[in-house]
Design a protein around this ligand. Structure first.
Ligand code: PRX
Length: 645
């Protein structure tokens, strides 16, 4: 498979960018010609950001799994689609060829059908990083069911909220998942999440860890039994067949929940055609993927990065995608690089937080590794500091690999701003240039485009995008108004990203971080309001305020100011109790790193918490706290400063 839309030079990038802005419809229609359609589109694009209404390739019919699997079978049926590396390096590796993937996905589709799953039904997937997770996702897509993958680190309560919001009727899970030394009892968590649930009819359980599970009659069924039964149905005369559902281009493909500035996560909805085209286009261009290369994205399929650059993008491009079950530090800190050497990985795509964590082991993580197979390195999820960037480039890339710093979001579906490996220039800690089709601009508080550079010659503002691209979110599940107010109402006719950015005179962008009440902890997106709600549920807590502070490894840490029973002092044990509560309500990823008990919070006379002050104190600033005269009780600030943890 060659990629006619792969950009090969900086001049070509400039040319394509220009075309994509001047004739976006023609540009994307040309890219779309490289996919398999059951019926071509009537109209390339229809949009307005006011509602918002965004429709790409309306009228077209397709199935994304035929693009990710079937169309590759003739040429590369026996090539590896997925290479799976288990948590325990002693355990057997699994190589899933395109032929095998086809068979398994057809079986899952048949299994789902046998159990009453229909097009449009919501299927929640809560599994560890096993190939069956990819089969489950693709099996849903094959029959047109809408999958909603939930990261294995979320608690029962979080799952219950998501099941309720999505009105999910089916769950696919595992008995347990391996993560380093730990076994996480996933089915157990699902059982807790299902107490009181009224919508879920069936739970399909894949056996991974042989953790004992309770199987409820009439509701819970084993994956293995169902798959065996389905196998007989899809295999006829040595041929595998399960007709892929003809989906409209704009039918929803999946829901993925993500945090915003309010307490309740939102279900970002992506649609079939646009998402497929954009993830494939960006995969091939950003990483400059060449046929037969091995692409290793270390993300979890529970996050958008795993959806777009482990499953859909690479498979639609006919690539080999490496899927890793475990964690970077098990059984030792060289695990990522041992995997790179074992399979001769060509592209490594990971998060700055993982890089910083491996850096903290000195040269131990890479000194015994060869790493010469690597051609391209990538980062995603949070700003990368220069020190980490240089370490990655020098010790892992051996100064031979371009680093792509890819900026994007759950809502954008694919990478929006990034250099193209070896084709456009990199700049340490800068995401650099927008991809073709992406029209960013920086605005001030009032929505006016920033045009005046600061004393360093940089433009500084809030990052917006003024024109739709194929994989922009279409709605937030069950609440379109929320989608409008969250993303399209802050600045009229613009998609607002929630990020702040700088732009240099060459047009490069540097993302400086969120400007809303969203934290980025180890590359995980967490809303401060969500954490506050969880803390406030703890008995004895009167009120809390959560802010982020710079953290050497996680990028941002969570700092919680807590009023406890009206008293200032509570003890270390209470802090642990609060952490347990947060783990139960959201999941361990949202546990505060620091808790400070306070007797009051800095509030304005209208009762609004002045987070700016709390943020500065958490960052270690004691002097320049800005104007505090508008506070109801300014003395509270002195106390908070004095007792900072
Ligand atoms: O703040 C930006 C940060 O991650 C946010 C999106 O988080 P999420 O939807 O979980 O998706 C993460 C994976 C795509 C953004 O609003 N972010 C993501 N990539 C970068 C980044 N910040 C700086 N540089 C990046 N390369």
């Amino acid at each position: 498979m060659s990629y006619p839309f792969q950009i090969k030079s900086f001049e070509e990038y400039q040319q394509k960018y220009k075309e994509s802005v001047e004739q976006p419809e023609q540009f994307w229609a040309d890219v779309a010609e490289n996919f398999l359609w059951k019926k071509k589109w009537d109209n390339v694009l229809d949009w307005n950001f006011a509602e918002p209404k965004i429709e790409w390739f309306k009228g077209a019919k397709l199935n994304i799994t035929e693009n990710c699997i079937d169309r590759h079978l003739a040429e590369k049926g026996e090539d590896a689609a997925i290479i799976w590396e288990p948590n325990n390096p002693e355990e057997r590796t699994r190589i899933v060829t395109y032929n095998r993937l086809h068979k398994r996905v057809c079986q899952v589709a048949q299994m789902l059908k046998n159990n009453g799953v229909k097009k449009g039904d919501r299927v929640c997937i809560y599994m560890g990083m096993v190939p069956e997770l990819a089969y489950a996702v693709l099996g849903c897509a094959r029959i047109g069911a809408i999958h909603s993958v939930i990261f294995g680190g979320f608690s029962a309560q979080s799952i219950a909220d998501r099941l309720e919001d999505a009105q999910a009727e089916f769950i696919i899970t595992c008995d347990g998942a391996y993560r380093g030394e730990k076994v996480i009892a996933l089915k157990d968590v699902i059982d807790d999440a299902l107490r009181g649930n009224k919508t879920v009819k069936k739970v399909i359980v894949y056996t991974r860890t042989r953790t004992p599970v309770s199987m409820i009659k009439g509701r819970d069924i084993w994956w293995e039994d169902e798959m065996q039964f389905a196998e007989e149905q899809v295999e006829k005369d040595g041929k595998i067949f399960f007709e892929a559902e003809a989906m409209d281009a704009e039918d929803p493909l999946f829901i993925l929940y993500t945090s915003g500035s309010t307490g309740k996560p939102k279900g970002v909805v992506h649609s079939c055609a646009g998402y497929m085209i954009y993830t494939t286009y960006t995969f091939v261009n950003v990483f400059q993927y060449q046929p037969k290369q091995i692409h290793f994205c270390t993300a979890d399929v529970g996050w958008i990065t795993g959806h777009s650059y482990i499953v859909y993008g690479p498979l639609a491009a006919g690539a080999t995608s490496l899927m890793f079950e475990g964690i970077p530090t098990y059984p030792s800190c060289s695990r990522f690089f041992d995997i790179v050497d074992k399979y001769k990985v060509n592209i490594l795509y990971t998060a700055p937080t993982a890089i910083r964590s491996l850096m903290s082991f000195g040269d131990k993580s890479y000194k015994d590794n060869d790493l010469s197979s690597l051609k391209v390195l990538g980062t995603v999820g949070e700003p990368i500091n220069e020190e980490a960037w240089h370490w990655y480039e020098e010790y892992i890339g051996k100064k031979n690999c371009p680093i792509v710093d890819t900026w994007w979001q759950t809502e954008t579906g694919g990478i929006l701003i990034s250099n193209l490996a070896g084709v456009t220039n990199s700049k340490p800690s800068w995401a650099t240039l927008p991809l073709p089709g992406i029209q960013p601009l920086l605005v001030d508080e009032n929505g006016k485009e920033v045009t005046q550079p600061d004393e360093d010659g940089l433009l500084k503002g809030n990052l917006c995008i003024k024109f739709p691209w194929p994989s922009i979110l279409r709605t937030t599940y069950g609440d379109h108004e929320r989608c409008r107010t969250n993303y399209f109402a802050t600045y009229p006719n613009l998609y607002f990203t929630g990020d702040g950015a700088l732009k240099d005179k060459d047009g490069n962008y540097r993302i400086t971080g969120r400007v809303d009440d969203v934290l980025n902890v180890s590359g995980h997106r967490i809303g401060t309001a969500e954490v506050e709600n969880a803390i406030n549920m703890h008995a004895g807590v009167v009120e809390s305020a959560v802010v982020g502070y710079p953290h050497n490894i996680k990028g941002q840490g969570i700092y919680a100011y807590v009023i406890y029973n009206g008293k200032k002092a509570a003890d270390e044990l209470t802090k642990k109790d609060i952490n347990v509560t947060v783990s139960k309500v959201i999941g361990p990823i949202a546990k505060p790193d620091k808790i400070q008990f306070v007797s009051g919070l800095p509030k304005t006379r209208s009762g609004k918490i002045m987070r700016r002050i709390l943020r500065k104190i958490a960052e270690g600033e004691t002097e320049n706290l800005g104007d505090i005269t508008t506070l109801l009780d300014p003395s509270v600030v002195d106390e908070i400063k004095k007792e900072k943890v």
